[in-house]
Design a protein. Sequence first.
Length: 77
Amino acid sequence: MTIVGLVVTAVTVAQPVSVGWFATAPLSGTTFRPVGAHLVSTGVFVGAGVLVVGLLVLATLVGYRLGVRRAASDVLR
């Protein structure tokens, strides 16, 4: 899962992204901001999310393995 997150992030970062903009009307005090304007693509957010979930799963599995190993060594003593 971690590798998938890295691959998705790497592939989507290499693609061009249309940049949003905003404009202020003169003397009206209102600001126009298009919905969904961000500097990175949605694929980068998805890739980063998958990467974080993969790292959390990896940390959980490593912690579990270390805990089982310590529990087994305590029983043998």
